[in-house]
Design a protein around this ligand. Structure first.
Ligand code: T6T
Length: 327
């Protein structure tokens, strides 16, 4: 296993769609035109329009250009396996040489992706995984559990005296966000000054995340911290905090680093971001796919690092860790 590429830019001393296809998918970009004897790679995102996957797409396209492959990108309109499965099926029918895919559910995407591998397509799992990923030539993801722990450390540095903490996640059954919740929960359990209020699911809808946070603050006005496990949970949590008029009072730490999250960092609604390295995940994914296609050995598992972004380093060392909205 490749060593962890952890980028510790800052200590956690915080504070201080294009075309719509018939199956409802957004085909949001293809690159490296031509073809000939070039290898063809299909990238299937977890959801279209998410800056995490857009940044990953940029890394994929850059690397594919270097290595001489074509790339087609598609993603479902929502982070939802019932919408992602038909995309996988139609991509498999189009017979690309390799698929880079972020499965939206550990169980529901198992059979469709296994079928892709059985059809002779090299499958690389990027970001998320499935229950039995043995059919994949490689899996590349952040240290999601470690990131959950880092999120707790960031909250703790804000409120060293402890108190009640809440988690806003996406849906159960997503490997990444489930691991972040587990890492955070375990870290809270290790510090008796903190009380874990549990996890609530936003279904990747910012409006739902906002409602969760406002309702939780009504029920428990003494909440000291919120951990939002991804970009859309964070956007909604920030809205909920603003609606409750508790900016800066309740400390918010989230995964990801989309432009809206960075704005919330700037205005003091969010205190720290655990930024992943989606571009690197994409580059590594293409390299592994090409190795597999060229008969070279692959790395079964690659773990990428993260950067803690705060108001203090967002315009400095951590600037490059902010996600892109376009390539
Ligand atoms: O946090 C990322 C990704 O790692 C996760 O699997 C799903 O949500 C994001 O895409 C951010 O919205």
């Amino acid at each position: 296993m490749k060593s962890t590429k952890l980028v510790a830019v800052a200590s956690v001393a915080v504070l201080g769609a294009g075309l719509l296809s018939s199956c409802g998918a957004a085909e949001n970009g293809s690159s490296s035109s031509g073809g000939g004897d070039k290898k063809s790679i299909a990238f299937i995102q977890g959801v279209a329009g998410d800056q995490f996957y857009i940044t990953m797409q940029c890394g994929i396209q850059d690397e594919a250009k270097k290595l001489g492959a074509t790339v087609k990108v598609q993603g479902p309109e929502k982070f939802d396996p019932t919408l992602q499965k038909p995309i996988v099926d139609s991509v498999v029918a189009s017979k690309p040489d390799a698929i880079l895919v972020a499965p939206t559910d550990v169980s529901a995407m198992q059979a469709p992706l296994k079928a892709a591998a059985d059809a002779g397509i090299k499958v690389v799992l990027v970001d998320t995984t499935v229950n039995d990923p043995s059919f994949a030539v490689s899996q590349i993801a952040s240290d999601n559990e470690g990131g959950g722990k880092a999120a707790f450390d960031a909250i703790k540095s804000q409120v060293p005296n402890g108190g009640k903490v809440l988690v806003v996640s996406v849906d159960p059954g997503i490997s990444t966000t489930d691991a972040r919740v587990a890492g955070f929960k375990q870290a809270v359990a290790g510090d008796s000054k903190f009380k874990y209020l549990g996890v609530q699911y936003s279904h990747n809808e910012p409006a739902t995340a906002a409602k969760i946070v406002t309702a939780a603050l009504q029920k428990d006005p003494d909440i000291v911290g919120v951990f939002a496990t991804n970009l859309f949970s964070a956007e909604g949590s920030a809205t909920g905090i603003r609606q409750a008029g508790k900016q800066g009072q309740v400390k918010v730490v989230s995964f990801d680093a989309g432009p809206d999250q960075v704005k919330a960092l700037e205005d003091g609604t969010i205190q720290a971001l655990v930024a992943q390295q989606p571009g690197v995940i994409g580059q590594d994914g293409v390299q592994q796919a090409m190795n597999a296609l060229n008969g070279k050995s692959t790395e079964k598992q690659i773990q990428t690092g993260f950067t803690i972004i705060t108001k203090d380093n967002m315009n400095g060392d951590a600037k490059d860790a902010i996600y892109k909205s376009s390539c």
